[in-house]
Ligand binder design. Structure first.
Ligand SMILES: Cc1cc2nc3c(=O)[nH]c(=O)nc-3n(C[C@H](O)[C@H](O)[C@H](O)COP(=O)(O)O)c2cc1C
Length: 351
């Protein structure tokens, strides 16, 4: 069924298809019976899929990556499509339009996406309004991650305040936080991944969290373009108490693995590449980090098949997330990964 929906959606521009799908889900989600129908069709419930990290109960370890539900509009519907958790955002304190269009490109032959959306979102207050509405719908009690960022107009010297504003505002509404300093589409954002500014930022967020009635985990999302020296710095920070886990990885600025000509690649312009060309690099990062830490890793990047997901778990992932794989393969991919995990767990050597 998804192949028919996909051919229709792929006739639209990538961004129009995105808006159409989100609007349709948002509209249908309010109709009685729609969410329970989705749940019956797509959701798998099995205690072998159940995971607990940071004291949070995940009904299955396959989540929706940040950037698809940027404003927290359709997370109940995503839960009913089978995701065990949903990361909403990246949200910034104030709403912003993002970069001019065109800014989203599908590369069908390579199962890849290039985007330079630039944190287009409605801002944290409007997002909270959406979360409150969503929490009342079937599936609205899904585990929610709040992916937080800074506004484009905020200079890096003042960035920490933007992250603090989002954390303070979102604290009552989400289960865990992800600090996004790895998007390639906000000028200079990735400079915040350097050891000194990053330590300062994470320390401030931890202090803010320490004043809350109950600490919620704060994770860091990293780029796949870091070299080993930069990764070692991240690992040192990861093994300190100021951070609870890592999301690896965001999109890459590399264009390796694309079958397009140089001219076609240049025509698309700047942006982050995701999907199949990212699979291996992101798995390598997960493997490298997991050798040096016991903290949970959420692996994301180029999971297009069941095998890709299993490889991420073998590399040390605790949980996985999909974005491009969901666009190209639809909700069946979630079901197939979960089914494979159940089958694996029926084997005699299952932990
Ligand atoms: C159109 C698009 C928008 C994205 N927006 C965000 C975002 O706002 N915040 C973020 O942390 N990651 C964002 N991402 C990155 C994804 O969450 C994910 O890390 C990346 O796409 C790699 O996973 P994939 O290969 O499964 O797509 C975006 C990705 C795409 C394709």
């Amino acid at each position: 069924m998804y192949s028919a929906i996909r051919s229709a959606l792929f006739k639209l521009s990538a961004e129009n298809a995105h808006h159409f799908t989100l609007n349709a889900l948002n509209y249908l989600g309010f109709l009685p019976g729609f969410n329970s129908l989705l749940e019956r069709m797509f959701s798998i419930k099995n205690k072998k899929l159940h995971r607990v990290f940071w004291g949070i109960h995940f009904p299955n370890p396959v989540g929706l990556a940040a950037g698809l539900d940027k404003n927290g509009e359709v997370f109940p519907e995503m839960s009913n499509l089978g995701f065990g958790f949903v990361e909403i955002g990246t949200v910034t304190p104030k709403g912003q339009e993002g970069n001019p269009s065109p800014r989203l490109f599908r590369i069908i032959e390579d199962e890849a996406i290039i985007n330079r959306m630039g944190f287009n979102n409605v801002g944290v207050e409007e997002m909270i309004h959406n979360i409150k509405k969503g929490r009342k719908r079937r599936g609205g009690n899904v585990v929610l991650g709040g992916n937080i960022g800074k506004n484009k107009i905020t200079p890096n010297e003042d960035a920490n305040q933007d992250y603090l504003t989002c954390l303070e505002a979102l604290y009552p509404y989400v289960d865990y936080f992800v600090v996004n300093v790895s998007s390639p589409n906000t000028p200079n954002l990735r400079a915040l991944q350097d050891k000194e500014p990053l330590t300062e930022l994470l320390q401030q967020l931890k202090v803010a969290m320490a004043n809350k009635p109950r600490a919620k985990p704060i994770l860091l999302k990293i780029a796949p373009d870091l070299n080993n020296e930069q990764l070692d710095d991240i690992i040192e920070i990861l093994n300190s108490p100021i951070i609870d886990g890592i999301v690896a990885t965001n999109t890459t600025i590399s264009r390796e693995g694309l079958s397009l000509s140089q001219e076609e690649i240049e025509k698309m312009g700047a942006g982050g590449l995701s999907g199949h060309p990212l699979t291996q690099r992101s798995t390598e990062i997960v493997r490298y980090i997991s050798k040096h830490t016991h903290k949970p890793i959420i692996a994301v990047g180029g999971i297009m098949t069941v095998q890709d997901a299993l490889e991420k778990f073998r590399a040390g992932a605790s949980l996985v997330q999909l974005y491009s794989g969901f666009i190209f393969k639809g909700p069946n991919l979630i079901k197939e990964i979960n089914q494979a995990l159940i089958n694996k767990c029926s084997a005699p050597n299952c932990k």
